[in-house]
Design a binder for this molecule. Sequence first.
Ligand code: IMP
Ligand code: MG
Length: 179
Amino acid sequence: MKQVQYNGLTFVPFISKEEIANRVREIAADIKSDFEGSVPLFICVLNGAFPFAADLFRAVGIDAEITFIRLKSYQGTGTTGAVKEIVGLSENIKDRDIIIVEDIVDTGHTLAKLLVDLKKLEPARIKIATLLFKPEAERNGVKPDYVGFSIDPRFIIGYGLDLDGMARNLEDIYVLKKD
Ligand code: IMP
Ligand code: MG
């Protein structure tokens, strides 16, 4: 693997597609044993989680459904800040087992808000699968149930993760090169 450039920034190889594939298989096995017999609904958080969700969903190998949501941000006034709203969830999730699929949990703000909103819809269980986890998120009370890789708080791209919309189609994950 060689380094790549986007927006004049240089990124170096960080996690290979083989390492990703191995970890996805391991997480899939855990999910399979936790949800066998339940027909869970995977909720893929767009845009970044789509490659991970596609690979994970196929690897789990039990009866399951998948749907897709986005989170819409609004500019709040004053100190309210950005408010996020779920877009696109048309399924009735009451009494269902839910597996949220995220690309990365960084500060945990996104997931914390999503959890509050989903719990109002009274699902049976909500579990969180994230490919990447920056452990800072634990300070926001968000603890994913299935974590691919815990990483230092550095900026990464590839396998769904973007820099201004670019680099999502890289098969491997790259990290911003240190000067
Ligand atoms: P949060 O800080 O946990 O709310 O994460 C918000 C979103 O920031 C994630 O879902 C990603 O889309 C994005 N993000 C966080 N860290 C990175 C990164 O290292 N590379 C690309 N996107 C990131
Ligand atoms: Mg995301």
